[in-house]
Design a protein around this ligand. Structure first.
Ligand code: PBG
Length: 324
């Protein structure tokens, strides 16, 4: 192909031509809306570092989910903010816990909404770590039992998909086994397979009040410098029974999303995390960027890299705009 015989601009002349050759579609059916549920009634507290995102009580969460559903969003992922935290994070697997209750009520009102649950202990432990602490170290194998109990309690309450985000070794296998033993073999596992120890989670930790009180998550989450390790993590999760492989965060790790899409046949999810959301919002609120265009471009880039689905705090907002 040589100029002047070939001129790429011929196919960019107007928007109809451009859409004919567009290779990636921003499909709102493939967006998952992350939501924070907290105790109480009538609660809708805006999260300071995430303008436009709130902590909801179950009643207000249901209204929000109905609105999202009407705009075309088909799945949500729930994060619970419990009434009380303890050393073990026991509210995580309580049958009367905040997430368990939320699932029951959401599925009652909106049976077609896919309810995914984040399975982790950090929102429930007083120390803020994703596993059981002994001294300063996180105990891997004991934590697996707690995670399996938590996933099982979500499934019993009616969750459609469970999503372990703790990064303990062996958790996908432990959860798969626990689910299968109780005839939940139809419940898929969306594994946070490649989850980096990222500074982009800052605003989420405000929202869920789950920053580690001491130390950080580098002994379990991945080093941002590593790429081949992503293949090892994803391989383990695949072999332990994962149904979806997730990469998190998204935009700083587009190469990893692409890599997983090339190397595996499982669907790949990408999480556009709180810090990615906050950066775009902050710049938009200052009038420095065009929010709608930047959001669309960022989501397109994640799809183009190979994501089959995206978890994004922009889901509801952008669904309204894409539809118009
Ligand atoms: C829990 C969890 C975190 C996020 C999702 N699940 C926080 C963390 O690992 O510190 C972050 C999501 C976001 O930043 O939007 N382990």
């Amino acid at each position: 192909m040589m100029f002047p015989q070939y001129r790429p601009r011929r196919m960019r002349a107007n928007s109809s031509l451009r859409s004919l050759i567009s290779e990636t579609v921003l499909d709102i059916n493939k967006l998952i809306y992350p939501m924070f549920v907290a105790p109480g009634k009538g609660v809708k507290d805006q999260i300071k570092s995430m303008p436009g995102i709130h902590r909801f009580s179950i009643d207000t969460a249901i209204n929000e989910i109905k609105e999202a559903y009407d705009l075309g969003i088909k799945s949500v992922i729930l994060f619970g903010i419990p009434e009380r935290k303890d050393n073990q994070g026991s509210e995580a697997w309580s049958s009367k816990g905040i997430v368990q209750n939320a699932i029951i009520q959401i599925k009652k009102e909106l049976p077609d909404m896919i309810v995914i649950t984040d399975v982790c202990l950090c929102e429930y432990t007083s120390h803020g770590h994703c596993g059981i602490l002994k001294g300063d170290s996180i105990q891997n194998d004991i934590t697996l039992e707690m995670l399996a109990k938590t996933a099982l309690s979500h499934a019993r309450s009616g969750a459609d998909i469970v999503a372990p985000s703790d990064m303990m070794d062996g958790r996908v296998g432990a959860i798969r086994e626990a689910l299968d033993e109780e005839d939940f073999d139809h419940i898929p596992i969306m594994a946070y397979s490649v989850k980096y120890a990222s500074a982009f989670y800052g605003p989420f930790r405000d929202a869920a009040d789950c920053a580690p009180k001491k130390g950080d998550r580098s002994s379990y989450q991945m080093d941002p410098a590593n790429k081949r390790e992503a293949l090892r993590e994803a391989t383990l999760d695949l072999e332990e029974g994962a149904d979806i492989l997730m990469v998190k965060p998204a935009m700083p790790y587009l190469d990893i999303i692409h890599l997983l899409k090339q190397e595996f046949t499982l669907p790949v999810a990408a999480y556009q995390v709180s810090g990615e959301y906050a950066m775009i919002k902050a710049a938009a609120l200052n009038g420095w960027i065009d929010e709608e265009r930047v959001v669309k471009e960022s989501l397109l880039s994640i799809f183009r890299a190979g994501a089959d689905m995206i978890l994004t705090y922009f889901a509801k907002e952008i669904a309204g705009k894409v539809r118009k």
